[in-house]
Design a protein around this ligand. Structure first.
Ligand SMILES: [Cu+2]
Length: 160
């Protein structure tokens, strides 16, 4: 498990390697991203149990790793909130897992222990949000409903 400081340092190291100007290899096109599983928000101890970032935009084919930065969390895709044909995932508590998002669309996911407390997240893979309407129709228990609504609202086209 990485501490926040180690994570920040590894991000800095990654940024350094990417500064080298050369054509991307096919492997680099399938970019890697990380989501932290946290007990409290960095800089806001009042916001408990969250994925950071709660919304992540990636290209289809990219891989997202869920880091067990704090313990007591997991990540599981939410049935009905991933594109048709996409592979669901269900990590164990404190398990760091990587998922490759091959099919474009919206991927909603939850932390099982903190689902009703609103520990949910969205990954947007590509620009083709074909499952947005289906994903928006689901109902969720407790604070998860408002949490998913807030995330999904950011994807709605701005009205003039
Ligand atoms: Cu959790």
């Amino acid at each position: 498990m990485l501490t926040r400081r180690e994570f920040t340092l590894s991000l800095a190291a990654l940024a350094g390697t990417q500064a080298i100007a050369r054509p991307l290899t096919p492997a680099e096109k399938n970019a890697r991203h990380s989501v932290l599983m946290l007990n409290a928000a960095c800089g806001d101890a009042q916001r408990l149990n969250l994925f950071e970032p709660a919304i992540l935009r990636v290209n289809a084919g990219d891989t997202v790793t869920f880091l067990a930065t704090d313990s007591g969390h997991n990540t599981a895709s939410k049935r009905g909130m991933i594109p048709q044909g996409a592979t669901p995932w269900n990590g164990g508590i404190d398990e760091e897992i990587s998922v490759t998002l091959s099919i474009p669309g919206i991927y909603g996911y939850i932390c099982l222990p903190h689902y009703e407390m609103g520990m949910v997240g969205l990954i947007i893979a590509g620009d083709n949000l074909t499952n947005l309407a289906a994903a928006s129709k689901l109902r969720h228990p407790g604070q998860a409903h408002a949490a998913f609504r807030a995330l999904l609202k950011t994807l709605e086209p701005h009205k003039a």
